[in-house]
Design a protein around this ligand. Structure first.
Ligand code: DQA
Length: 143
């Protein structure tokens, strides 16, 4: 089964971000990790990253039109993007929100997620394993 794993702004620069918060995996390594974990669970995962809100909305429309399950790390869009929330709400297949860090344990502006309310669930704080746990949850939901 085909799924989309969508990543928001600045996640392609994981190597430059605070490793105490985001760990030491580079984004290309994260893509390999997610693809391998997905394949083990029988998913064909397309892992994408964008810094553009418009691009992310386009991908969510693609998922909505094609009834494709989504795992999304909206990154900073999480905290303020109503247009990403509205687009994510159009996805009727399962949609799981993930974060590498635990935003609730960080600055106050990260305590709000405008996405969580329309996601089937949120997994945060486990580093790359957040994606793995989301894939496992998704497998349970669709099989
Ligand atoms: C993040 C958490 C967000 O607060 C932050 O803006 C990110 C990454 C995470 O994966 O921990 O860019 O979504």
């Amino acid at each position: 089964m085909r799924i989309l794993v969508l990543n928001g702004p600045n996640l392609a620069r994981l190597d430059l971000r605070d490793s105490a918060i985001y760990g030491s995996m580079t984004f290309p390594d994260l893509v390999k990790f997610i693809s391998a974990e997905a394949a083990e669970l029988g998913f064909d995962a397309e892992v994408r990253q964008t810094d553009s809100e418009s691009q992310m909305i386009g991908w969510l429309h693609e998922a909505a039109d094609g009834q494709i399950p989504v795992i999304i790390n909206p990154a900073a869009f999480t905290h303020y993007s109503y247009s990403i929330r509205d687009a994510a709400e159009l996805v009727k297949a399962p949609l799981i929100e993930v974060h590498l860090s635990n935003p609730l344990a960080r600055e106050e502006f990260r305590h709000t997620s405008v996405i969580s309310g329309i996601a089937n669930g949120t997994i945060a704080g486990f580093g790359p394993d957040s994606y793995r746990l989301a894939l496992m949850a998704l497998a349970r939901m669709v099989k």
